[in-house]
Ligand binder design. Structure first.
Ligand code: ADP
Length: 501
């Protein structure tokens, strides 16, 4: 992938201009139903070309406080609307997101770098949460309990918690917002979204459509700017009741300690170090093809990416050979071009980390099977296959977040399960094979929030997404997605019956 051609430059310019005309392109924050600016801005670049896409408002403290107050004010009326009425509005948002799928996807490719088909998939995936929660809000049931108190009725109500702060990452700039916001808003919360500084345009486009859908002022806000300051304002405000974060374990830890003072209800979707276990009995070709997909989607910048691939020793060399064959067919390039499978990494720091991971592994005895261009310092990182990785290496320990696949040979099911759990993370695991007792043993023994058997695709609106250990707290999607944005209120209604003779 060389420097940008004239043709590419022209196409990028045309797409950018068309998006600016579409009305979906905003460089101001969205607070209390209004677009807000100030003189302070930060640049956002296209990782594929380096072109500056725009200068986005960096809010000051007072403006962040304004968003918090607006959300707190809007909560008073939004919470009292019927779930049906809120659902109708959210369903209008869902329809508009799908109607603008192509433009939203192009915005995402420009700022994030993923391929157009991945971006289109993410918009549909993100929209599905809006529809799901719009409907599920009508079923946010409480319960009644047989009373232990004479002549009393006992019941619970599920009530919205209040204003929720949502801090989201750049790898899924749209779906990580809707997965949180739709649950929060459907149950009656109002939200303040703080998107990643690399990808604010997808969030602001969602705000534009929220406005068009008739979501009342103050219910959905997007604040942009300096993350630390904004997070502090949100965590320290007594008007904010919940914090939902998706991002690195490092930042999650910081936010948890910030939120501790105000005892905010916290949901944390943090890093992963997913094992991909190929079992002895099964279709090896299928496992290879799925391992490639589980590793390289979103250029490996996915918390569900297969981070460590375990293969039975007898099939090891065959697996490596087939994996490198499929890997060689992947095209790396600008996500807007046809036939591109992997876009660029998000920024220079991500590329430096990828090189460091490879060097560390090679220094400690890993075998470079295919890929890797040590002298290529561009953001287009070649898919790379490393064999014989060990627990001493960073590729084994850390969430790689880059297109470097690390493979390990194993000798017994006991060994592979011990190695799979030998990580501080516990988000997801993949198991491939058709020997049911072995599959079942894996499901039982893996210390993760999500196990996917013979399928790369595992996420979606009906399932509870989340991890164990340092992969986080809480679940998103499914009816459990309401838990982090609601409280159970218990009511004891005493002296219910007239007991006079
Ligand atoms: P990554 O390492 O994948 O970039 P981060 O965890 O750094 O992920 O970023 C996820 C989100 O956390 C982004 O919205 C980012 O702006 C925000 N963030 C980063 N650093 C801080 C911080 N010190 N305080 C609060 N939020 C932060």
């Amino acid at each position: 992938m060389g420097s940008m051609s004239e043709q590419q430059r022209q196409r990028e310019h045309e797409i950018h201009s068309a998006l600016q005309c579409s009305g979906l392109w905003h460089e101001s924050a969205y607070i209390n139903g209004r677009w807000c600016q100030n003189e302070c801005t930060f640049p956002v670049n296209n990782p594929a070309t380096g072109t500056q896409l725009g200068l986005v408002t960096a809010l000051d403290k007072e403006q962040v406080d304004e968003a918090i107050e607006g959300a707190a004010h809007a909560f008073k009326t939004w919470r009292d609307m019927s779930a049906e009425a809120r659902g109708d509005i959210l369903n209008r948002w869902h329809t508009l997101i799908l109607e603008h799928q192509d433009e939203l996807a192009r915005i995402m490719v420009l700022e994030q770098g993923k391929t157009l088909s991945e971006a289109q998939g993410e918009i549909a995936y993100g929209a599905s949460f809006v529809h799901w929660f719009a409907e599920e809000g009508k079923r946010a049931y409480g319960e009644t309990m047989p009373s232990h108190i004479p002549n009393a009725q006992l019941m619970t109500f599920r009530e919205p918690i209040g204003v929720a702060a949502l801090i989201t990452p750049w790898n899924f700039p749209s779906a990580m917002i809707t997965r949180k916001a739709a649950a929060a808003m459907a149950i009656g919360c109002t939200v303040i979204v703080k998107p990643a500084e690399e990808t604010p345009f997808s969030a602001l486009a969602l705000a534009h459509l929220a406005d068009m859908a008739g979501i009342p002022a103050g219910v959905f806000n997007v604040v942009t700017g300096e993350p630390k300051m904004i997070a502090e304002q949100l965590c320290h405000s007594t008007l904010v009741q919940a914090l939902s974060f998706t991002g690195s374990t490092r930042v999650g830890r910081l936010l948890l300690s910030e939120a501790a003072n105000g005892i905010k209800k916290c949901a944390m979707e943090l890093g992963g170090n997913a094992p991909f276990i190929v079992l002895e009995q099964g279709d090896l070709n299928f496992a290879v093809q799925q391992a490639v997909a589980a590793k390289f989607q979103t250029s490996g910048q996915d918390c569900l990416a297969a981070n460590r691939i375990f293969v039975p020793r007898a099939q090891y060399e065959g697996f490596l050979q087939r994996f490198s064959h499929l890997m060689a067919q992947l095209n790396v390039g600008d996500g807007l071009e046809a036939n591109v499978d992997l876009g660029p990494l998000i920024n220079r720091a991500a590329v430096e980390k990828a090189h460091q991971l490879v060097h560390d592994a090679l220094d400690k005895g890993a075998r470079l099977v295919a890929g890797y261009q040590p002298d290529d310092q561009s953001l287009f990182f070649m898919p790379t296959l490393l064999a014989d990785i060990t627990p001493e290496m960073r590729v084994y320990r850390e969430e790689n977040f880059c297109p470097v696949a690390g493979v390990i040979a194993y000798d017994s099911l006991d060994e592979v399960l011990t190695m799979s759990n030998d990580t501080e993370y516990g988000l997801a695991a993949y198991v491939y094979g058709d020997h049911l007792p072995s599959v079942w043993r894996c499901i039982h023994a893996l210390n993760v929030g999500m196990v996917s058997v013979n399928s790369v695709k595992m996420t979606g609106h009906p399932i509870p997404f989340g991890g164990t250990k340092q992969s986080g707290l809480g679940r998103e999607g499914s009816r459990h997605g309401f838990d982090d944005f609601s409280e159970l209120k218990y009511c004891c209604l005493g002296n219910v019956y007239d007991t006079s003779p």
